[in-house]
Ligand binder design. Structure first.
Ligand SMILES: [Zn+2]
Ligand SMILES: [Zn+2]
Length: 134
C-alpha cells in the first residue's frame, strides 16, 4: 500500500500536505519536531505553514499512523510504528530508536494488560560521550 492508500483507508483525504508530512516521517527516522519538518518541506512546498504541519501531525497521531514523543525539550514525531523504545540524550536532545526485546509473561505487568509500549531511556549518547572526552 502506498501513502495515498494508507491515508484514504484511514478516512483522510490524501492532500499533498498530508502525503508529504507522512512520507517525511516514514523516510526520516530522526524523530523530528515541527520545526525540522517545516524547514525541510518548505523547500518543496513554499506555501506550507508550521500550523498546517502541526495539525497534519495531530491527525496522523489520532489515526494511529504516527507516534508522538513528548520530551522536556520539544514535541517529536515518529513514523516507525513497531513497538520500540527510545533513548534521549540530555546533552544534544537527539532521540535514538532502541529495539529492545521486551517480553512480558502473557502480555501482563503487575496484572495490567500490555497492548503497546514505548520506554524512554535518558542519558548521554555515544556522540556526546566522544565529544566530552576531547
Ligand atoms: Zn548527544
Ligand atoms: Zn522511534
Amino acid at each position: 500500500m502506498n501513502t495515498k492508500e494508507i491515508l484514504s483507508q484511514k478516512g483522510l483525504r490524501p492532500t499533498i500536505q498530508r502525503i508529504k508530512v507522512y512520507e517525511y516521517l516514514l523516510t526520516h527516522r530522526t524523530h523530528p519536531d515541527v520545526e525540522n519538518i517545516y524547514n525541510d518541506l518548505k523547500k518543496e512546498i513554499p506555501t506550507i505553514s508550521r500550523t498546517t504541519i502541526y495539525n497534519t501531525l495531530k491527525e496522523l497521531v489520532k489515526n494511529g499512523l504516527v507516534l508522538e514523543i513528548p520530551t522536556e525539550y520539544k514535541l517529536c514525531f515518529d513514523g516507525y510504528m513497531q513497538n520500540h523504545s527510545h533513548f534521549i540524550c540530555e546533552v544534544c536532545g537527539k532521540i535514538f530508536d532502541l529495539n529492545l526485546d521486551l517480553k512480558f509473561k502473557e502480555n501482563k505487568i503487575s496484572d495490567h494488560i500490555i497492548k503497546s509500549f514505548c520506554v524512554m531511556f535518558k542519558g548521554i549518547c555515544i556522540n556526546c560521550q566522544r565529544k566530552e572526552k576531547k
